[in-house]
Design a protein around this ligand. Structure first.
Ligand code: PGA
Length: 253
């Protein structure tokens, strides 16, 4: 019997000017304070510009704050980038690394993602390592191979259930309204867990959380979160409304 506590993580992406972003954070924090008993961890990942303010709003509330990316290096001449230690310093406990949008928009390879995850660990952050196949890869029957390969290449040495969360995000389901069926999600999550067991041992694999991401909404969350190997969600669009985000968290109860 697993003791994994679900993680409901909001990935705001490049959304949120100050007024809207802070109101959204306040909405999430108020709901968490009112319903502390819902059995999940809650995380919001705002754009970098709002992290410090959101961290202040979330302080003492049981809502964690994360960055959407970090640089692999500790500091230096990397214009426009943000080091993991800076995220930590601004109040983050997590960093998403290897999101498919960063892999696509910024050419991030598995090796880059691995270095970023290692940097997050070094800074004392939990790394949320994202993997997922494109529609073309799924149609070509490559889904399991692609996810195994990404996982192998993106997971740094020293990864364990305390410092790492995996997010399975089929690229074809992100922002499309086309969600993986429970069968499709469970199938890949089970393969990821088996791969984790081969790499880290059964106990660590059993304890590590694997999130599903891709058009998770209040109306499909319960079926996905009930799956044996789905331990929460990485939520984009539906995390931009406190009410919808919280409805997903409540599906853990
Ligand atoms: P979505 O995004 O919920 O809008 O599909 C998920 C993600 O990319 O993390």
């Amino acid at each position: 019997m697993s003791t994994r506590r679900p993680l409901i993580a909001g990935n705001w992406k490049m959304n949120g000017l100050r007024a809207d972003g802070l109101a959204l954070a306040e909405g999430v924090v108020a709901r968490r304070k009112a319903e502390r008993g819902i059995p999940c961890d809650v995380l919001v990942c705002p754009p970098f510009t709002l992290i410090a303010d959101v961290a202040r709003i979330a302080a003492g509330s049981d809502v964690a704050v994360g960055g959407q990316d970090c640089h692999a290096k500790v500091s230096g001449a990397h214009t426009g980038d943000t080091a993991a230690a800076m995220l930590k310093d601004a109040g983050c406990g997590y960093a998403i690394v290897g999101h498919s949008e960063r892999r696509a928009d910024h050419g991030e390879t598995d090796a880059v993602v691995k270095a970023k995850a290692a940097a997050a660990h070094q800074a004392g952050l939990v790394a949320i390592v994202c993997v997922g196949e494109t529609l073309a890869q799924r149609d070509a029957g490559q889904t399991m191979d692609v996810n195994r390969t990404q996982l192998r290449g993106s997971l740094p040495d020293g990864a364990n259930a305390a410092n790492t969360v995996i997010a399975y995000e089929p690229v074809w389901a992100i922002g499309t309204g086309r969600v993986a069926t429970p069968e499709q999600a469970q199938e890949v999550h089970a393969v990821i867990r088996a791969e984790l067991a081969a790499r880290l041992g059964a106990a660590e694999a059993d304890a590590m959380r694997i999130l599903y991401g891709g058009s998770m909404k209040p109306d499909n969350a319960k079926a996905l979160l009930a799956l044996p190997d789905v331990d929460g969600g990485l939520i984009g669009g539906a995390s931009l409304k406190a009410e919808d985000f919280w409805a997903i968290a409540k599906a853990c109860g």
